[in-house]
Ligand binder design. Structure first.
Ligand SMILES: CC(C)(COP(=O)(O)OP(=O)(O)OC[C@H]1O[C@@H](n2cnc3c(N)ncnc32)[C@H](O)[C@@H]1OP(=O)(O)O)[C@@H](O)C(=O)NCCC(=O)NCCS
Length: 200
């Protein structure tokens, strides 16, 4: 699998995560509003964040695309992360988290749209899934804004790191959605993106 490129969006830079991001990632990974909504426990020490980054860095060796950190364009500091995980040749699942200080500015929608361009045009996915817990209203809203179709509830489909087995809403976006239903929207989004070769 190719290394993920750096992607510039109108307001953000998405770039491959690195060990140097540990301090910035820990700043949001330790917040109780972040990890639990995505299925993991808040980090208590920076060591946990370093372990997560180490794991993220091995994803390419396991034929996964890898993890981008999200930075505001004017400041190379990670304020969130986004990835296509569970990649299996023709399909994958998008996941993301953002530092609460930056919520509700449209950042994740902007980052996810860029990753969707990458997923359908470069990775040639036929299906991109997205799953979130039933009480995650911000995620439900992002899902709708992105144009995903809700498929239903996968009952007891996810084991949270805290041990709970939870229902999750599953949604998807397909190749046809990208190249037909949402063609004009993504053609427009595409014109505002710059893909750069990863220097890492
Ligand atoms: C989900 C998350 C990534 C969204 O990031 P974001 O950058 O704030 O998302 P956006 O600004 O693009 O969109 C958020 C939308 O949700 C809406 N929203 C936020 N909180 C909401 C709530 N409690 N109820 C309903 N809508 C809500 C916002 O108003 C916005 O919609 P709008 O643009 O129509 O106003 C962020 O909240 C987060 O990191 N949450 C914790 C981790 C997580 O849940 N990750 C996803 C796991 S599946």
């Amino acid at each position: 699998m190719d290394k993920i490129p750096t992607i510039q969006t109108p307001r953000l830079t998405l770039r491959a995560i690195s060990k140097q991001d540990a301090k910035a990632v820990f700043e949001y990974a330790r917040r109780k509003e972040v990890g639990p909504s995505a299925g993991w426990n808040p980090h208590v020490t920076i060591k946990e964040t370093e372990t997560f980054i180490q794991y993220a860095l091995t994803k390419q060796k396991r034929s996964q695309p890898g993890v981008w950190v999200i930075c505001e364009k004017q400041r190379d500091r990670a304020i969130g992360s986004i990835e296509v995980h569970s990649y299996e040749g023709y399909k994958g699942e998008i996941g993301f988290v953002l530092h609460p200080d930056y919520w509700n500015r449209g950042y994740i929608t902007e980052a996810a749209e860029a990753v969707m361009v990458y997923a359908f045009e470069r990775m040639k996915l036929k299906r991109l899934a997205y799953a979130h817990f039933l009480d995650n209203d911000a995620s439900a809203r992002v899902c709708k804004k992105l144009g995903f179709t809700v498929e239903g509830v996968r009952r007891k489909g996810f084991m949270h790191e805290d041990g709970r087995i939870l229902d999750e809403i599953v949604a998807s976006f397909t190749y046809e959605d990208y190249y037909s239903v949402h063609k004009d929207r993504f053609a427009q989004i595409r014109t505002h993106l710059v893909f750069e070769r990863d220097q890492g």
